[in-house]
Design a protein around this ligand. Structure first.
Ligand SMILES: CC(=O)N[C@H]1[C@@H](OP(=O)(O)OP(=O)(O)OC[C@H]2O[C@@H](n3ccc(=O)[nH]c3=O)[C@H](O)[C@@H]2O)O[C@H](CO)[C@H](O)[C@@H]1O
Ligand SMILES: [Mn+2]
Length: 318
């Protein structure tokens, strides 16, 4: 009798197990196959904002499906122009920059690096993958680091206008004192793309180091501004980045004529530009972190970071 009861009990348990598994399977079939992802594919983060007030996505780990997004861009045969400047002692950063980019940056897509330097002989010989190209362009040396940093806008404006039109679809302009540590790929593409500065993403607005003197063209009043963007990485379509670099160059020239230099140089002008020309996509500080040794709970993966450097030792002036 007890034997029989036990059998019934086990049979019941088995029935429960099969029933639950079946209903789980049916639920999965209905939601993902019948409905597809449009109803239930709920990617996103709850600990950080992943969309701006003007409905531009903010790219964080966990907000996109890399397989889906790769397959979209694979069909488009795109070329991503990538610019980097290395003058004076900054040529020492090139090897790590290029080697790590070959490992993590737009892997499997066509990338054309444009490298501006005053010492082409110092450009390291880095083995590039298939469909990866490097063009070295010589620049005269400059003796103020601020001038090097700011002059990038005008040089990029000219590069885009004179050479890139039929050569590339998108462009990213990056600092060289940096290194890639994780995927940076097509999820970052957009018409106009800004990267949230790693030191200010969790700071209140009054801390943002916008230019606060009304005499400068980069001036932003205390009650304005959405995010503080880094000058070390920005990008987008050729047309939009051309307009950005042209505008920043013109605004910096007006400042020069008025004998004023914005507090954070072209970064200040970039922030002013983004105030009136909202980026269509924002990249989280995963796309330019402080230094690989620092951590933050929000940043689940460091994709690109500044490297620790001794400014007094590498810059031509203080
Ligand atoms: C985190 C961040 O947002 N950094 C910004 C910040 O400091 P940074 O300390 O990052 O500026 P930086 O010294 O890296 O200079 C910017 C870039 O100019 C180039 N360079 C500079 C000096 C030199 O002797 N040789 C040379 O090639 C190089 O590509 C470098 O990456 O302020 C700069 C201008 O105010 C830029 O806006 C930087 O992007
Ligand atoms: Mn830098």
């Amino acid at each position: 009798m007890t034997m029989r009861l036990r059998q019934i009990f086990y049979f019941f348990l088995l029935g429960m197990f099969v029933g639950l598994s079946l209903s789980g399977l049916i639920y999965w079939v209905i939601t993902s196959i019948w409905f597809g992802n449009h109803l239930t594919g709920n990617l996103g983060r709850t600990d950080v904002a992943s969309v701006t007030q003007w409905l531009a996505p903010i790219v964080w780990e966990g907000t996109f499906d890399s397989t889906v997004i790769d397959s979209i861009y694979k069909q488009q045969n795109i070329t991503v122009a990538t610019t980097v400047f290395a003058l004076g002692k900054y040529t020492r950063f090139l090897k790590d920059f290029l080697e790590s980019a070959e490992e993590h940056y737009f892997v499997g897509f066509r990338v054309h690096y444009y490298l501006f330097t005053d010492q082409p002989e110092e450009v390291p010989n880095v083995k590039l993958g298939q469909e990866r190209y490097l063009t070295v362009k010589k620049l005269p040396s400059m003796n103020r680091w601020q001038d090097i940093s700011m002059s990038r806008m005008g040089i990029l404006e000219k590069l885009i206008k004179d050479e890139l039109a039929s050569e590339a679809d998108y462009i990213f302009c990056l600092d060289v004192d940096t290194k890639f540590h994780g995927r940076w790929s097509v999820e970052s593409l957009g018409r106009l793309v800004g990267v949230i500065h790693p030191w200010f993403f969790d700071a209140p607005r009054f801390i943002f180091t916008y230019e606060r003197r009304p005499e400068s063209q980069a001036y932003i009043p205390a009650e304005e501004g959405d995010y503080y963007f880094t000058g070390a990485a920005f990008g987008g379509s050729l047309e939009d980045v051309h307009h950005l670099t042209k505008t920043c160059r013109e605004q910096m020239n007006i400042d020069i004529a008025n004998s004023i230099e914005a507090i954070w140089h072209e970064e200040s002008h970039l922030n002013k530009y983004f105030l009136h020309n909202k980026p269509s996509k924002l990249l989280s500080p995963e796309y330019l972190w402080r230094d690989i040794s620092m951590s933050s709970g929000y940043v689940k993966i460091i994709r690109f970071s500044h490297v620790a450097k001794n400014n007094a030792e590498v810059r031509p002036n203080l």
